[in-house]
Write a protein that binds this ligand. Structure first.
Ligand code: HEC
Ligand code: HEC
Length: 278
């Protein structure tokens, strides 16, 4: 669930591509070639969702993964006859286990499948790798609204004049910038006590707890740097002392889950705002 969400957020952007106006995929021929395609925004969302939820069994190129018995979706009568995701949705209910997705997600995925089918040659010959020419443009948000969202959601831990100074220049590619803040990836910019390293708590046999930055941990030894800078090596035996390593990305995972952002408005706005911080 979390992975899916992160993936979804990270992968989404509106699209500026070769298909600015959405006409039929192709003129003449079978319905799968002439269907009107959804907007690029929906197709991009569908692609992210497909890759995350379907690709493992139906393959990234939709031609199926034999070891998973996933059929080729490009030639499937279900996807050919599908209009608005209704056939795909019915198929998902027949999966074992059932694949549960919100209707809007199923719609986006089926539109994405249609868009690939629209580019196929005769006899279901394979489409190219990126046949509809999708390119992500993630800089479509409103930087002003992003500044407001930043104050609300991020300012408790970050400052654009402090630890995130110049963040827009550091990640010059907006996709990388969006990926970095969504994931909360360590940048070695001296954030927090550990300066970007992993924080660990070592619980000694007598119950005493030591907190510090993890230098090394294996079955036989744990080494941490304490807040005063001293280094401490402690032998381990059978998992004693216990070592808890804090997931440095935990704050961001929680934040993304808590962010009520069905239209990805905050996502786009915050990225647009951070891009101006140079
Ligand atoms: C765990 C593997 C798995 C995943 C994940 C999966 N599928 Fe499937 N899918 C299958 C298998 C296996 C079948 C064939 C099932 C059958 O015929 O009973 C199938 C059948 C289908 C069919 C019907 C094809 C036909 O011609 O009958 C469609 C459409 C479909 N899947 C779409 C999707 C979509 C869209 C997703 C993602 C949201 C998805 N599937 C995720 C394994 C998977
Ligand atoms: C509860 C505290 C917390 C909140 C709230 C938070 N972050 Fe973070 N963020 C962190 C921590 C901790 C790291 C560093 C993780 C690490 O060291 O691996 C981080 C890392 C980052 C990075 C990577 C910096 C770099 O130089 O690579 C960016 C960008 C970022 N956060 C942006 C944001 C934005 C934008 C928001 C609000 C939408 C936000 N953060 C909200 C704690 C937080």
């Amino acid at each position: 669930m979390l992975n899916r969400l992160l993936f979804r957020l990270a992968g989404i952007g509106a699209i500026a591509g070769s298909m600015a106006a959405q006409g039929p995929g192709r003129v003449g021929g079978f319905p799968q070639y002439t269907r009107t395609l959804a907007s690029q925004d929906v197709l991009a969302r569908g692609k992210s969702l497909y890759d995350a939820n379907c690709g493992a069994c139906h393959a990234p190129d939709m031609r199926g993964v034999p070891e998973k018995n996933g059929p080729n979706l490009l030639r499937s009568t279900e996807t050919f006859s599908d209009k608005q995701g209704e056939h795909v949705a019915a198929s998902l209910l027949k999966h074992n286990p059932v694949v549960n997705l919100p209707e809007s997600d199923t719609f986006a995925i089926s539109e994405y499948i249609h868009s690939i089918q629209a580019t196929m040659g005769g006899q279901g010959s394979p489409p190219g790798r990126n046949p509809v020419g999708l390119t992500y443009n993630v800089l479509i948000g409103d930087p002003k609204a992003g500044a407001t969202a930043f104050t609300k959601l991020c300012a408790s831990c970050h400052s654009v004049t402090g630890d995130l100074k110049g963040i827009g220049a550091k990640y010059d590619d907006p996709k990388a910038l969006q990926g970095a803040w969504v994931a909360g990836r360590a940048g070695g910019f001296g954030f927090g006590r550990g300066g970007g390293g992993q924080q660990a708590t070592v619980t000694l046999a007598n119950g005493q707890k030591l907190e510090g930055r993890l230098v090394r941990k294996d079955d036989f030894l744990v080494v941490i740097t304490l807040p005063d800078g001293t280094r401490k090596s402690i032998e381990r035996d059978n998992g004693v002392p216990k070592v808890d390593v804090k997931d440095p990305q935990e704050a961001h995972k929680k934040m993304i889950l808590a962010m009520d952002d069905p239209e990805n408005k905050n996502l786009h706005d915050i990225t647009a705002y951070l891009a101006t911080i140079r």
